[in-house]
Design a protein around this ligand. Structure first.
Ligand SMILES: NC(=O)c1ccc[n+]([C@@H]2O[C@H](COP(=O)([O-])OP(=O)(O)OC[C@H]3O[C@@H](n4cnc5c(N)ncnc54)[C@H](OP(=O)(O)O)[C@@H]3O)[C@@H](O)[C@H]2O)c1
Length: 237
């Protein structure tokens, strides 16, 4: 009752609220208002990689940072789940994209849209990057605090790992913000449009069955996969 935007049998995708369990399961209950039509060009496995990571990238760059054409953005973890979408969205917006990645991911992130790649294994980013309008930190640890020095005056540090420490933020001419991604149907609709137009694409490192969920999570932490690992609950074939 009272659900008008989706009908029984529609093929949809969506983000379950960050504060609750329920994603790695055969069934999950979500508010209908959070669902959007799945991108037509993607199978279910690829579509599953979009809502959490791409909504996080979208909200970081566009809701919080208001990234604009010609601005300079530094994306930490450019090859990761959030980073790989953020690179493509920043490029689409017309920003100059700087990205940190390990050496093995250099060419990969360049192809995604990074203009300047910093190999975090050999080069401390703060020795080669300066005057950026926006930093998107998907890595955390010392990366968060080290990022202040590369921001221009009135720049913005957006972190999704943990809030920037108030001591480091104090007295800066730049601002820091931490946020938790929210389900947003309108943004998912826009992401579906960009995906179906071929403007952005999800990166799927591997697809594993739900009964190998433990292995998938361990692999995600240990191996730093490119983009996302997907758990499937039914065989699509
Ligand atoms: N606040 C929110 O709403 C929200 C939403 C989604 C995710 N998150 C959090 O955000 C973080 C990232 O998520 P994710 O799914 O994008 O993770 P991920 O796929 O594991 O990506 C992290 C990437 O960071 C790179 N990396 C590791 N150490 C690095 C370093 N020192 N410098 C630069 N890059 C480094 C790795 O790539 P290389 O191999 O190239 O180094 C890896 O691909 C997680 O902590 C997650 O829990 C928060």
């Amino acid at each position: 009752p009272d659900v008008r935007d989706v009908a029984v049998g529609d093929t949809v995708y969506g983000l379950t609220a960050f504060s609750r369990d329920g994603g790695a399961a055969e069934y999950v209950a979500v508010p209908a208002a959070d669902l959007a039509p799945k991108p037509r060009s993607l199978d279910h496995s690829s579509a599953a990689t979009v809502p959490l990571s791409a909504l996080t990238a979208w909200q970081a760059l566009f809701d919080h940072a208001r990234l604009a054409l010609g601005q300079r953005v530094l994306i930490h973890g450019a090859a990761g789940g959030v980073g790989s979408f953020a690179v493509q969205l920043a490029r689409w917006r017309g920003a100059h994209v700087i990205g940190t990645a390990s050496a093995r991911n250099g060419d990969f992130v360049r192809k995604l849209g990074v203009d300047d790649v910093v190999d975090h294994g050999t080069t401390p980013f703060e020795t080669v990057v300066r005057d950026v309008d926006v930093v998107l930190d998907t890595v955390g640890g010392t990366v968060t605090e080290r990022s202040w020095s590369v921001l221009r005056r009135n720049g913005l540090l957006v972190t999704i790992v943990r809030p920037p420490s108030p001591e480091w933020a104090a007295g800066r001419a730049a601002t820091g913000v931490f946020f938790i991604v929210e389900p947003r149907r309108a943004q998912l609709n826009e992401l579906s449009r960009l995906i179906d137009a071929g403007t952005i694409r999800p990166i799927v490192e591997a697809v594993l069955p739900l009964n190998r969920a433990r292995e998938a999570y361990e692999r995600g932490i240990r191996d730093h996969p490119r983009g996302k690992l997907v758990l499937t609950v039914v065989d699509e074939q």
